[in-house]
Design a protein around this ligand. Structure first.
Ligand SMILES: [Zn+2]
Length: 227
């Protein structure tokens, strides 16, 4: 009898373990249940994914993954929307105000990215250095990373930067020096403004900024349509 109970307990623990692995092959905890997410942010308001354009109406969106104009040359998002966790959006709002006073504004290429999209990027990308490994997930999956540039408010045009968005060229690195002085000045102005206000640039992409404190937020896989 004792052996039978042990056997039962063992089989239950094995099956629950197998279930967990089936959910994510890397054993990551990923929030993919909308009701659970909603219940969570009712008690932890900072966990809410806020629609950036609603919180900051003057911000310009150019959501490349909702078009074919991206390194995948495929439409990856069904909707051209951008979300980030509440404190991330609050910091972006402050940055937008700082930039506006100097004649500039933010343009967002990408923000929260559902985990399933990160998996698809990794499977298809030619240069794995530029895409997040699904074994770890991306800070975009946590609603804590933003890809952006700045525009000149007078012309509405992008301020010239070292490379286009999502370029895999070495010039995309934030410390690449062999560039015209005016380009370096623009890039360093963007990075300095972001880094003075709660974000850090990633080592190989001048446009990608991680929110300080991203460690406090779970990976998520809820599509835009549900948000
Ligand atoms: Zn990014």
């Amino acid at each position: 009898m004792k052996n039978l109970i042990l056997l039962l307990l063992l089989s239950v623990s094995i099956s629950s373990c197998a279930q967990k692995n089936a959910q994510n092959p890397y054993g990551l905890t990923i929030i993919n249940d909308y009701k659970a997410y909603k219940a969570d942010y009712k008690t932890h308001p900072n966990n809410e994914l806020i629609e950036i354009k609603k919180a900051i109406p003057s911000i310009v969106l150019d959501i490349r993954y909702a078009t074919k104009n991206n390194f995948m040359q495929q439409v990856m998002y069904k909707q051209a929307r951008a979300f980030a966790r509440k404190p991330v959006v609050e910091h972006l709002k402050k940055i937008q105000a700082i930039l506006n006073r100097q004649g500039y504004g933010l343009k967002i290429f990408d923000a929260y990215r559902p985990y399933a999209i990160t998996v698809a990027f990794y499977q298809k990308a030619s240069d794995k250095n530029f895409v997040a490994n699904p074994a770890k997930g991306s800070k975009h999956n946590r609603g804590c990373a933003v890809d952006l540039t700045i525009i000149d408010l007078k012309t509405g045009k992008d301020v010239p930067m070292p490379t286009p968005y999502d370029s895999f060229a070495p010039e995309a690195a934030p410390h690449f020096e062999n560039l015209p002085a005016a380009i370096i000045k623009n890039r360093d102005f963007l990075i300095a403004t972001m880094q003075a206000n709660g974000f850090k640039v990633i080592y190989n992409e001048w446009w990608h900024f991680d929110f300080d404190g991203w460690q406090d937020y779970d990976l998520m896989d809820i599509p835009f349509e549900k948000l």
